[in-house]
Design a protein around this ligand. Structure first.
Ligand SMILES: [Zn+2]
Length: 250
């Protein structure tokens, strides 16, 4: 955020000359930025149908279109759908951490392509693309919001307008690390608020972008804030999704 695109591309091109592109999953040199060597590419676990129609949880056996998982049957989420490109495993974890802690941008275009495919239905009907916000204190520490980078790349890939400041964090939440699903929900409750003017989302379909869907607590809190501001529908689209609770180690 905040970097002039023209200036960035010149810097990026200069960087390519000095440092050859490296694989997103290893340190090996590859032919172009954002590439992954074939053996590692084959190990990526892309999420595919059958999925829970609401939260996108993958079913092990065939299921009818529109089938819901146990959790969504018990309590329908506020968001209409959540979709993710990858299962959050060791490879996905490296991609996410390089992006979020390392500020590595050379995978963004590739990630946006994967995510656009996973969220094709949501993006088709979308009016706006919005990132999950970071609290400004965290933004100052880190100087970027990886969700905003992903949202920007998806906006470019889909042609749908980006609203980068649609949501804001009212307070900084404690880290979600080591919390159970219900603790995570409580931890993010009331954290997200609409940035005025709320009229920006009234009657519109919003696709909310984040790096990882863990328990869905953050997605749910953001969706609620958008729905309170009269959004017609909220979809969630992430790069990766935790599939078993034991995978949680962000
Ligand atoms: Zn579900």
């Amino acid at each position: 955020m905040g970097t002039h695109p023209g200036r960035r591309s010149i810097l990026a091109r200069a960087a390519d000359i000095v440092w050859p592109p490296r694989s997103l999953l290893s340190d090996r040199i590859v032919d172009r930025p954002g590439a992954i060597e074939a053996p590692l590419w084959a190990e990526l676990r892309f999420l595919a149908r059958p999925l829970c129609a609401a939260c996108g949880f993958p079913f092990e056996t065939a299921a009818e279109d529109g089938a819901l998982c146990g959790a969504c049957t018990a309590e329908a989420p506020g968001f209409a759908t959540a979709r993710a490109a990858l299962v959050y495993d060791d490879h996905a974890r490296k991609l996410v951490l390089d992006l979020k802690r390392g500020g590595r941008r050379d995978g963004l275009k590739v990630f946006a392509g994967w995510m656009a495919r996973a969220g094709a239905e949501a993006l088709t009907e979308a009016d706006l693309i919005a990132p999950t916000p970071l609290h400004w204190t965290r933004l100052l520490e880190r100087r970027f919001n990886q969700s905003a980078w992903l949202a920007e790349a998806i906006s470019r890939a889909s042609g749908k307008p980006l609203a980068v400041d649609l949501l804001t964090r009212r307070r900084r939440r404690k880290s979600q690390e080591g919390l159970t699903a219900s603790q995570r929900r409580r931890n993010v409750e009331g954290v997200f608020a609409m940035n005025p003017p709320a009229g920006r989302v009234a009657g519109r379909i919003v696709v909310l972008i984040d790096d990882v869907f863990t328990t869905g607590a953050t997605a749910e809190a953001c969706a609620k804030a958008l729905l309170r501001a009269k959004a017609a529908k909220v979809h969630v689209l992430t790069l990766a999704r935790v599939v078993r609770p034991v995978d949680v180690s962000i």
